[in-house]
Design a protein around this ligand. Sequence first.
Ligand SMILES: *[C@@H]1O[C@H](CO)[C@@H](O)[C@H](O)[C@H]1NC(C)=O
Ligand SMILES: *[C@@H]1O[C@H](CO)[C@@H](O)[C@H](O)[C@H]1NC(C)=O
Ligand SMILES: *[C@@H]1O[C@H](CO)[C@@H](O)[C@H](O)[C@H]1NC(C)=O
Length: 525
Amino acid sequence: MSKNSLIYFLLWILFQLLFEVNCQMTPFKPGVINRHTTTLIDNKLYILGGKDAKDNAIPKDFFYLDVSVTFNTQNLLWLDLSNIDMVPPHYFAASVKGGANNDTLFLYGGFTVTGQTMELVYTFDSQSITWSSPPITGVNPSPIRKSELTGVNHDGKMYLWGGNTFDGTIYTFLNDMLILDTINLSWGKGSLVNVPTPRCDYGATLLPNNNIIYIGGIDSVTTGDPKTLNIVQGDALTLSEVYLYDTINDIWSTKATSGKIPSNRASFSTVLGLDGQRIIIFGGAFINPGYLDTTLYVLDLTNFSWYVPKISGKIPSPRIYHQTNVIGKYMVVSFGYGYDNTIESDILLLDISNNEEYVWTTTFDPTVPNNVLPSSTSSLPSFTSTSSPSLPSPSSLSSQNNASAVIAGAIVGSLVSGILLSFGGFFLYKWNKNKQKQKEVAQIHGNEGYYNNYNQEEMIIPTQRNIHNYNQATNNNYNHGQEIIQIPRDENTTNHEPITPASEQEQPTFTSRFRDIKVPIGNRL
Ligand SMILES: *[C@@H]1O[C@H](CO)[C@@H](O)[C@H](O)[C@H]1NC(C)=O
Ligand SMILES: *[C@@H]1O[C@H](CO)[C@@H](O)[C@H](O)[C@H]1NC(C)=O
Ligand SMILES: *[C@@H]1O[C@H](CO)[C@@H](O)[C@H](O)[C@H]1NC(C)=O
C-alpha cells in the first residue's frame, strides 16, 4: 500500500465515522406537511400522515411534540416514531384520542395512494407504542371510507360526520353521521333528521353541553389562489348559520348567527375557548375577504354572535389544511398550507387565557394558569405524571439530552471536519465538487416542477360534482339518489402534472392527480 492510498483509506474511515455520527445526532425533520392529523395523548402531540409542502409526496411520517416541557416554536424538537408506523401513506384522515383508557389514537378514513390497501380504522396504543387494525363490528352494510372530515370524541364514541368519497372519477359529498364506538369497537349511525347539507372541510368542536358544533365547509369542487388562499372559483358554505349535533339525544339543530359573520369559508380550524363559552376559528380558504384583516374570529356561544377578537403579538400568515389543538392555555396550530416555513414556524401558539386579548407567542409554557378551570369536556390535557416507563428510545430520550447530544455532535463534527480539512484539502475539494454537481442537477429538476406548477393560475377545475344528501335518499346505497352536476372539463387540467422524475416521488396516481382539480386551494406551491 502506498503512502497516498493509506492516507485516503484513513480519511475514508474518518468520513464514514463522521457521517454516522451526524446521522444519529441530527434531530428528526418532518417535511412541511398539511392535511395531516394531530392527536393529543398524555402531553404528546402526535402528528400523522399528510402531504409535503410541494404536494409531490405523501410522506410516511409519524412523530410527536412533547408538550410537558417549555419550548420555543423557533426551535422545535420532534420525536420520530416513523419506524413503528404501520399505516400506509395517507392524507385527509380523521383522528381522535379514544379507547377504554382514553389513551389510544384512532385513525379513520383518508385518501391513500392508488393501488395501496388501507384499512378503514387503525389504532395506536400510546402505552405499548404499537399500531394495529382491530376488527370492528356493527352496521350493515359496512361503513365506507370517507375523507376530509373531522372526528370528535365524546364519551368514547368517535363521531364522523360528512366528508367525501372519491370513486376514481367523481367526488361525492356526504352528510351521514357515522359513529365508531372506540371502547366496544362497533359501528353505529346517527340521525339524519334535520341533518345539515352534505359537505367536507368544515370546522367541528365538542361543546361542554355534549353537542358538537359544525361550521362552514365546502360541497363542490372549488378553486383557490395559492398565495392569498382566497377562493377564485366556486364557493364555500356560509357561516351565517351553524349546526349542532346533540350526542346524548341524537338530535340535529340549526342556529342562525349574527354579528361580524366571517365570509364563506372552508378548511379553517375551530377550538373551544378555555371558558367553554366561545369558539375560536383560525385560517381557511375564503371568498371575498371584505372587512377582514384578520383570520381569527370568535363565535360567542351564549348568543351565537361572531366578533373579531383583540389580538397582539406577531400575526402569522393565514393557513389552510392545518390542525389545531388546545393545550394548556394555548391554541396550538400545527403545519398547514399557505406559509413559508423558512420564515414561519410549523407550530403557532395563541395564548387564549385572556378573552379580552389573545396573544400570538413563540414560547410554550406548560403550566396551566389557575384561573383556567378545565371543564369535563374541554380538551385540556392533564398535566400530571407522564406515566410511560415502557417507552422505547425515541421518547425516553429527554429533550434536553437530545438537544445537548445534538450540540455535542455538532462540536465533535466540526472538530473532526477541521482536522479532515487540514489533512485532506485536496480530497475534500474533489468530493465537494462532485457533490455540488449533483445538487445543481437536483435543483433544476425542482425548479422545472415548481415553475410548471406555479404558472397554473387556476389549478383546480371541477369535473363533476356529486352530492349525496341522506334526506333525499331512501336507503344506504351510496349510488342512489345522487344529484350529478356535470361541468365541462377544462382541457388544461390534463397538462398540469409537474415534470418530476418518477423515481423522485410517488408514482402519480389517479387520486393524487385529481387532488389538483378538487380541493379548495391550489395545492402545488
Ligand atoms: C376522552 O377524552 C376526551 C377529551 O380529550 C373526551 O372528549 C372524551 O369524552 C373522553 N372519553 C371518555 C370515555 O372519557
Ligand atoms: C359498551 O357496551 C356495553 C354493554 O354492551 C355498554 O354498557 C357500554 O355503554 C358500551 N360502551 C360504550 C362506550 O358505548
Ligand atoms: C353576545 O353576548 C356577549 C356577552 O356574552 C355580549 O358581549 C355581546 O354584545 C352579545 N352580542 C350580541 C350581538 O348581542
